[in-house]
Design a protein around this ligand. Structure first.
Ligand code: N01
Length: 509
């Protein structure tokens, strides 16, 4: 039975740690806090299940583009992955199983939304207003995800379209697309997985491409029963396999962060992928990217280009002028009638919606603090002016090449170290100094100047409206792990717990 956040009397619930979000991040925080004996926590989740992005993205073809042996918790290896790049249902099932087996679900409050969190400076507590009542907590751990709030395009008439319209991350499974005329807007990671699936079933598909992405082949394969048995039974084999994938992925980092020319072999693979998938030279030309590989996320697919080349698919590269009640009108005036529009236009990444709901002691929200210079945190995790606030997948922790689960585990290690330091030092609150935070971000942004994300000649969701990359980590991931491996208390302002007022007995003793 899941406890109510409100006491029986209806009084606000008080816990040590409040975790927001039940995806990989929130789940990892819950499991590791529990492991440390920090059992006085709650996880609130706006939806009815664990899984985060892997619960929400149920579009046809949804799968991970990082091999599952690496895209899983180090402490919960799964020898049963059926293929190298798992599909969404399998990843979601994995997360549900891990949550169940860890025995943490009794502290998860589902269908509970964070409406507002304010720091109470006198009590040294976060006071969170949730849809299930008020929760007071010593720490507030935000694991709400960086790719969770769908961004809809600002296209005239889209809201008045007479057919069905839905975002890739909010797939409407009640709509049968078989034999329909469908438009897909966008050609990012989601769209290139959706397009081949739809091409097989719809009568006609228009794919609206604003920028052609780099798409390399997908080296996917199913694991044999023998392999799975070996992964299960041979001691150390799965760990060695995982380490091999991890190290191989880290070799991509110099091409992104130092010299894009190193990516030449990958570029050749991508160009060969186009030639293999598309016979028509004109179409080949139209899907060939004009920026450096890596500037936007590198996509992987064997099926995308053949789908674009199919007879029932048109690639539209003129912009969208407007949507009428039954058609999409391109900038050149061509009107294409459709029954359904799938919007695969990504997420709010550089202006995290949750930042609007978190208010520090100075009475300003995180969103207000970040409005002028963009998102910034200390080590992607803590923020000056916001005591005891811990981000998971915070500013500049994203990766273009490897597993976000690695990042999450690194940040959770930092959270645990901070909590241990607070207990040992009897601190009521810890907050990074502004000087340390500014120094951290100055160094990070200096490195960013030389990355392909800045020099590669594209615009991407990695950059904010000032053109500043506030989303990605510009170094090897083991460097991040090292940075987060201990709580560097000397760069924090630590406020001691108030000393208890002596009682009459204490005084007379
Ligand atoms: O979103 P995106 P996504 N009119 O932002 C276009 C992760 N992910 O959902 O490139 C017309 O990448 C936009 O065009 P342009 C992964 O980290 C992982 O696909 O900006 N078009 C672009 O083509 C990924 O990077 C997996 O010119 C418009 C597309 O929409 C992140 O999620 C799977 C437009 C948006 O692409 C986001 O991926 C899925 C407009 N007004 C997602 N606005 C895997 O692991 C935007 N676009 C496999």
């Amino acid at each position: 039975m899941i406890p109510s956040p409100l006491g029986r009397s209806g009084a606000p619930r008080r816990v040590e740690h409040l975790v927001v979000g039940a995806g990989f991040a929130g789940l990892c925080a819950a499991i590791k806090l529990q492991e440390d004996g920090e059992t006085d926590f709650l996880v609130i989740e706006k939806a009815g299940d664990v899984g985060g992005t892997w619960r929400d993205n149920t579009y046809p073809g949804a799968a991970c583009d990082v091999p599952s042996q690496l895209y899983s918790f180090s402490f919960a290896p799964n020898p049963d992955w059926t293929s190298s790049f798992s599909a969404q249902p399998e990843i979601h099932a994995y997360l549900r199983r891990v949550a169940r087996e860890a025995g943490v679900l009794d502290r998860f409050l589902f269908d509970t939304r964070l409406e507002d969190a304010r720091w109470d400076d006198a009590a040294h507590q976060w006071v969170s207003t949730t849809s299930a009542g008020e929760i007071r907590s010593r720490t507030l751990v935000l694991g709400a995800g960086a790719l969770s709030e769908p961004r809809l395009p600002d296209i005239e008439g889209l809201a008045d379209f007479g057919g069905e319209v839905f975002h890739s991350a909010r797939w409407d499974h009640s709509v049968d697309l078989t034999g329909k005329r469908v438009a897909v807007i966008g050609t990012g990671a989601s769209a290139i997985q959706i397009v081949p699936e739809l091409q097989r079933i719809v009568s006609h598909l228009d794919v609206y491409q604003r920028t052609a992405p780099w798409v390399i082949p997908r080296a996917d394969r199913r694991y044999s029963a023998l392999e799975r048995t070996a992964l299960q039974k041979v001691p150390g084999l799965q760990r060695a396999y995982r380490t091999g994938i991890y190290l191989a992925r880290e070799t991509y980092v110099p091409a992104f962060t130092i010299q894009p020319k190193i990516a030449w072999p990958a570029k050749q693979l991508a160009l060969a992928n186009i030639r293999r998938g598309i016979p028509d030279p004109v179409l080949r030309e139209r899907v060939t990217p004009t920026f450096e590989l890596g500037c936007k996320r590198v996509l992987i697919s064997n099926a995308y280009y053949p789908a674009l080349a199919a007879d029932n698919v048109d690639l539209v590269t003129d912009g969208i002028a407007q949507v009428t009640s039954g058609a999409v009108v391109a900038d050149d005036g061509t009107e294409r009638a459709v029954d359904v529009i799938v919007v695969a236009t990504g997420f709010f990444t550089t202006e995290l919606p949750i930042a609007e709901h978190v208010t520090g002691p100075a009475g300003r929200t995180l969103a207000q603090v970040w409005a002028e210079r963009g998102m910034a945190a200390y080590k992607g995790t803590t923020v000056p002016g916001f005591p005891n606030l811990f981000f998971l997948v915070g500013p500049n922790t994203g990766l273009g090449h490897s597993s976000m689960v690695f990042v999450i585990e690194s940040q959770v290690a930092y959270l645990r170290a901070a909590v241990r330091a607070m207990r040992a030092g009897r601190y009521a609150a810890v907050e990074p100094t502004r000087t340390a935070t500014d120094r951290w971000n100055r160094r990070l942004q200096r490195r960013m100047d030389h990355t392909v994300w800045s020099t590669g000649g594209c615009s991407s969701w990695y950059l904010d409206r000032h053109g500043r990359n506030t989303t990605l980590w510009p170094r090897a991931t083991f460097t991040m792990r090292a940075q987060l491996s201990r709580f560097d208390q000397d760069t924090y302002t630590c406020t001691p717990l108030p000393t208890p007022t002596p009682t009459r007995e204490d005084v007379t003793a």
